[in-house]
Write a protein that binds this ligand. Sequence first.
Ligand code: GAP
Length: 447
Amino acid sequence: MDDLVALCKRRGFIFQTNEIYGGMQGLYDYGPLGVELKNNLKKAWWASMVYDRDDVEGLDSAILTKPSVLKYSGHEDTFSDPLVDCRSCKSRWRADHLEVSTCPACGSKDLTEPRPFNLMFKTNVGPIVNDESFAYLRPETAQQTFTNFKNVLDSTSRTLPFGIAQIGKAFRNEVTPRNFIFRVREFELMELEYFIEPTTANKWHDLWVQTRFKWWLDQGINENSLELLSVPKSELSHYSKSTIDIMYKFPHGLEELEGIANRTDFDLGSHTKNQNSLNISTKVKPNLESNAKLAIHDKQTKKWKVPYVIEPAAGVERGFLAILNDAYKTEKLDEGKERTVLVLKPHLAPIKVAVIPLKRNNKELVEKASMLKSTLQNLHLGRILIENSGNIGKSYRRHDEIGTPLCITIDFQTLEDQSVTVRDRDTMEQKRLFEADVPAYFREFFI
Ligand code: GAP
């Protein structure tokens, strides 16, 4: 993990938030390369969940959430971790993360009994501060999706099965944020709520586990780095009937990358009006505040029914860490040399192509490079960079280390015969192409 953390800082993937003031625990900023990789990962998820399917709509909802939403969803009562205090050094720990009842900071055994600590952040809304003026920062995007169920249904005329996809920030006041970006207090979720006939729940649950597992392989993760885990009943979230986690071998151990849960009719049943007339299968808090019926009218039986939900929910940060970890390689070269290379899938690479003029201050070479950069940039396949350091060897090493799939060098021969050198990151092979053929080559490489 240390090598990865060092690379992330050195090359501008990830910085600690507010580092110049000492930083804040569990919060990170994404630098020039990090933001590109993160955006590319989110784009890949959106394409596979929304564009490549015909049964999913998108949504982008507010982060600030009305307390009633998280009251009826069960989060006010149950979204907590067991907290213990060390009476000797006053540090705080998650009881379920301690292997023995000993303080990891000072070794004392004098710990308090575990007590629930609610993970939701609160903030004040508007100029008046009182007990009613607060809102929560959402702990998951899912609740805003459920409360928009009727809006999406009415505006799109969908029938079952169909899904609503959302990518966005979530906030959890984790007791012990740790392991770099693995457990943080502000992160992004990629969540699909897939609404189905209750009798088809097992079939859809299995299908979504397979679909999501394959998607991670398509992002370049090695199959041997992944495992499926059926979450034991005692560890299920309050809304879940059954959850399968896709686990990844992170540098610190095998941990959850994504969870695929069968949320039954719990959420729509919790937020709907007229609960008593809807035959809800799970135990929900009586709701007299909601003004919407979150159900579907079955044309055959002429009855209203509350759909079940299968939810694949993945964290962007954990995906980012897993992808970087699997892509990171050090390779032995000739003459005892070594190179670090990020073998990222081209669609995820932060920089798609580095265009390198052989000589830094040569006007003709730099102009040619700029023109090629513009041509490739206008294909809108991602960021193209001019690498104007004047040192080809160093440029190749730098771009290997940040995962740039192709480097194109403009040299003096280019001025004579309009040909350029194209170097492949993975094979390090170089070939000469005519400049006019580069856009087609580039397009084929990246699509
Ligand atoms: N809506 C369901 C839900 O939020 P979750 O298992 O609590 O389920 C989903 O979270 C995913 O979000 C996890 O699989 C993980 O990838 C990511 N995640 C959860 N808590 C996180 C945290 N504190 N820091 C980074 N990622 C987190």
